[in-house]
Design a protein around this ligand. Structure first.
Ligand SMILES: Nc1ncnc2c1ncn2[C@@H]1O[C@H](COP(=O)(O)OP(=O)(O)OP(=O)(O)O)[C@@H](O)[C@H]1O
Length: 290
């Protein structure tokens, strides 16, 4: 495989195993999205290989959520194509949706169902046999440490519990590709470890995880493939080693790629900030006590 960090061009390793050539988990060509005058995603190309743990990183407003929404069929692109496991997302939505699991940002759940009922309902929507749904739900609730809360209403779940039940719902039908938007945000370290264990087990079986995150250390420790976005464009994509290049860490490579390295954080604009310099910054003559 060859790779160009600057343009993000990648000659694809197709993930072929034992003479079998797998299509990439995700292939994106010329994808655009505008919101009024704002270009959120600017004609990107992405090829994400199957069977990898893939991190999509970028600063706030880079276009990660918009991209993931278009890839998973939640938001219609203005232009461009998306294929998942060789199926066109917009021409063949049923084939695609049966193959993917999605944990979107700001996940909306059925709040008046219990965690177990939510999984039962998700299984029925997916057309799965009830006994199989029951078996998998019990295992997922157990592994994700939600067994004790399975009969509690989702509305009463904490942020971390909501992420975990959302993940269980996304995994229930054993998808080929799992998309997670900020899965670790608002999650405590114990729950994060649990989620991480489940995802590692899932990818070890040959499935693909694509997740967005701002936490470079996390991406560096979990992912073997990374795509970096900034200002609606893909700045680099490839294996972790390729994207890092000569940089000491993904964090350093990231700052360089998004053009934030050496940015002056000691400029004059916040000179009023910090203790001991006067509460109001009022330099007028009427400064006495009232
Ligand atoms: N529904 C919308 N209407 C208008 N503008 C939008 C909408 N959704 C996203 N945008 C804009 O598109 C750009 C990309 O947003 P997006 O949410 O995809 O970024 P992101 O990389 O996920 O950011 P973050 O890391 O902060 O979640 C931003 O400038 C955002 O303001």
């Amino acid at each position: 495989m060859s790779h160009d960090r600057a343009t993000g061009a990648v000659e694809q390793d197709t993930g072929g195993a034992a003479g079998r050539t797998l299509p990439p988990a995700v292939r994106v060509e010329g994808l655009w999205k505008r919101f009024g005058g704002q270009i959120a995603v600017s004609g990107i190309d992405l090829t994400l290989p199957a069977g990898r743990f893939i991190g999509l990183v970028g600063p706030n407003g880079a276009g990660k959520t918009t991209t993931l929404s278009m890839i998973t069929g939640l938001l219609r692109p203005d232009q461009g194509r998306v294929e998942i496991a060789g199926h066109d997302v917009w021409r063949d939505p049923v084939a695609v949706k049966s193959r993917i699991g999605v944990l979107p940002e700001g996940l909306r759940l059925f709040e008046r169902l219990s965690g177990r009922e939510l999984l039962a309902y998700t299984g029925r929507l997916r057309g799965m046999p009830g006994a199989e749904v029951d078996k998998r739900a019990t295992q997922l609730l157990d592994v994700l440490d939600l067994a004790g809360a399975q009969h509690k209403l989702v509305v009463d779940y904490s942020t971390g519990m909501r992420k975990k039940i959302g993940l269980a719902a996304a995994l229930l039908h054993n998808p080929e590709v799992l998309f997670l938007d900020e899965p670790f945000e608002g999650v405590d370290p114990v729950s994060a470890q649990t989620i991480r264990g489940v995802l590692e087990r899932y990818t070890a079986s040959g499935a693909t995880v694509v997740f967005s995150s701002h936490v470079m250390e996390l991406v560096e420790s979990l992912c073997d493939w990374v795509a970096v976005m900034a200002a609606g464009r893909v700045r680099a994509q490839g294996t972790l080693a390729e994207v890092c290049g000569d940089a000491a860490s993904l964090q350093e490579a990231f700052l360089e790629l998004v053009g934030a390295n050496g940015r002056d954080i000691h400029g004059p604009s916040l000179e009023w900030l910090g203790g001991g310099n006067g509460a109001t910054g009022d330099t007028g003559t009427d400064g006495g006590e009232r």
